[in-house]
Design a binder for this molecule. Structure first.
Ligand SMILES: NC(=O)c1ccc[n+]([C@@H]2O[C@H](COP(=O)([O-])OP(=O)(O)OC[C@H]3O[C@@H](n4cnc5c(N)ncnc54)[C@H](O)[C@@H]3O)[C@@H](O)[C@H]2O)c1
Length: 503
């Protein structure tokens, strides 16, 4: 029988749903393993390999990577440990056409997540998609609708959802452990050095750059960053900055702890990509990244509120007393979420550690967990076996809403990045968004942090994004057409992520 192309496949896939879900090997025999195909096996993909190889219910049947060197290295590692070499593909479409597995996991760069997820679900696969599951809001919606339409299991790679420490802390909050809680502050105080000068660099010869680019802009081929892998996070065609990289773990926990199962009503971000000129002692230095390394995003959820602070410069002297008391005094990164209650605080300070404090900052409870990543893979594999979508700890909607927080914050930032603003102008603007934070104090702390890192705000000022009003139901902005245009992207022919209604 001739192979179906992707379009034909999607047309017949919906009608083949029942057949697809009943032919699962694990459902037929508890001794059979589910076959897993892992797409993107460089860094995070290696963790997928480890996790799915460790769980006796799964076997790595295939891997996909557009970097042939990475692919063959990982295939040999798997063969050594597993005893059987996985099938190796460069193009995920060929892997899906081969139909030799049940599950597709995706640890590629962000711009590929949604399309791969949609294609895989159309091909009858269950999917585990790394955070952020989408590169924009339109893509997240497509994944939510595809999971529904094709009846597939979908796990978002936000492993904190399977951390008993986070689960217990969220329950503690919900049970009134720190009183009434309406406000959470997400912190991504994570040092990110410059990725090198904006330039013209060669594409590594072992990479298929056409396939690597996929749905994103194809730059002809030309690379403007020095390091090929990983540093795409800081180029917006591919990545989403740290608000959309580390951020989705914490935006997710913040939403979860506040019980917010929806998008915000309004968003405002100020920030910049600042400090690298001072660091390099070269005022003309242009770093190759174009995402914010400093962002303060304010999210109005009606009677609740999230503020997310992204700081890529050194925070060793600028984290502040409150954060140091909760996270510890060591000078390193401070990544987590603080929930502010009427009777105290809960701080998530790592994937497996949360702490509760009374109003005097005395620790009253500690929640810990081990092997959080393994628990998250296990939760997904169990759902693939049971076909119980409700048992998933981080389903498609969870991933969509949490990635959405990052995307909405970045849209305000991108729209404002050419709008330099003084502290007074920002102060006036943030006083107009409904917020439960002391916005002026957060601004002041941000300014002090930048100045401590040598940033001269007169020469390289903060940029002020517009306050965007958002309709959580229609997933459209109601006061800004330019912002609406940024809810999606221009897709390359053959790599289009369909509208949710058309998946
Ligand atoms: N859950 C977590 O804690 C966690 C941790 C780290 C990274 N991540 C996520 O994992 C993803 C990957 O991050 P990374 O650090 O491994 O990036 P990376 O750049 O090091 O690796 C990505 C790999 O994907 C490959 N790739 C690119 N396009 C592909 C395609 N079309 N098909 C197959 N392979 C393709 C690349 O060649 C590379 O080997 C990111 O989305 C990141 O946000 C999650």
């Amino acid at each position: 029988m001739p192979k179906l192309n992707r379009r034909q496949f999607s047309a017949v896939a919906a009608s083949a749903l029942v057949a697809a879900s009943t032919r699962r090997s694990i459902a037929q025999s508890p001794n059979e393993q589910l076959g897993v195909c892992i797409a993107g096996v460089n860094s995070r993909g290696a963790e997928h390999i480890r996790g799915f190889m460790k769980d006796q219910r799964t076997v790595i049947s295939a891997i996909v990577d557009v970097d042939s060197e990475v692919a063959s290295r990982r295939a040999s590692e798997i063969e050594n440990k597993q005893g059987k070499r996985p099938a190796v593909f460069t193009d995920v479409r060929q892997a899906l056409d081969s139909d030799g597995f049940d599950i597709l996991t995706c640890a590629t760069p962000n711009h590929w997540h949604a399309l791969m997820g949609v294609w895989a679900m159309q091909a009858g696969k269950d999917v585990y998609i790394e955070k952020p599951i989408s590169h924009n809001i339109h893509e997240g919606r497509a994944l939510v609708e595809a999971a529904k339409r094709y009846g597939r299991m979908f796990q978002t790679g936000t492993q904190s959802r399977s951390s008993s420490a986070c689960q217990d802390a969220v329950k503690f909050i919900a049970d009134g452990g720190i009183g009434d809680v309406k406000f959470a502050r997400g912190l991504c105080y994570k040092r990110r050095k410059s990725i090198g000068r904006l330039g013209d660099y060669p594409i590594p010869p072992n990479v298929d750059f056409n396939l690597w680019s996929g749905p994103a802009t194809y730059t002809d081929p030309k690379l403007t960053r020095e390091k090929f892998h990983y540093d795409w996070h800081w180029q917006r065609h591919y990545g989403n900055g740290d608000l959309g990289n580390q951020g989705p773990h914490q935006t997710d926990i913040a939403r979860w702890g506040l019980g917010l199962d929806r998008h915000p009503n309004a968003i405002l971000t100020y920030g910049g990509r600042l400090g690298y000129q001072a660091e390099r002692k070269d005022p003309s230095y242009v770093d190759a990244g174009d995402t914010g390394n400093t962002e303060v995003s304010i999210y109005d959820y009606g009677d609740k509120c999230i503020v997310f602070e992204t700081r890529g410069l050194d925070v060793s002297k600028t984290a502040g007393d409150e954060v140091e008391r909760m996270f510890g005094k060591d000078p390193g990164n401070k990544i987590g979420v603080i929930f502010y209650g009427s009777e105290g605080y809960v701080a998530q300070i790592s994937y497996g550690h949360c702490r509760a404090f009374d109003k005097d900052m005395k620790e009253i409870k500690s929640f810990t967990a081990n092997d959080v990543g393994d628990a998250h893979f296990a939760n997904f594999i169990s759902a693939c076996a049971s076909r119980d979508y409700g048992s998933l700890n981080a389903d498609a909607m969870t991933g969509h809403l949490s990635a959405g927080v990052s995307h909405l914050g970045n849209i305000s930032y991108y729209l404002g990045e050419k709008n330099p603003a003084s502290a007074d102008e920002i102060k006036a603007a943030v006083s107009k968004i409904k917020s439960l934070d002391d916005n002026a104090a957060t601004l002041q702390r941000t300014i002090e942090h930048l100045e401590a890192n040598g940033v001269d705000l007169d020469k390289t000022p903060l940029a002020l994004g517009p306050m965007l009003e958002f309709d959580p139901e229609t997933e459209k902005f109601t006061n800004n057409d330019d912002a609406n245009a940024m809810l999606t992207r221009e897709y390359r022919k053959g790599f289009e992520v369909p509208e949710g209604a058309n998946v």
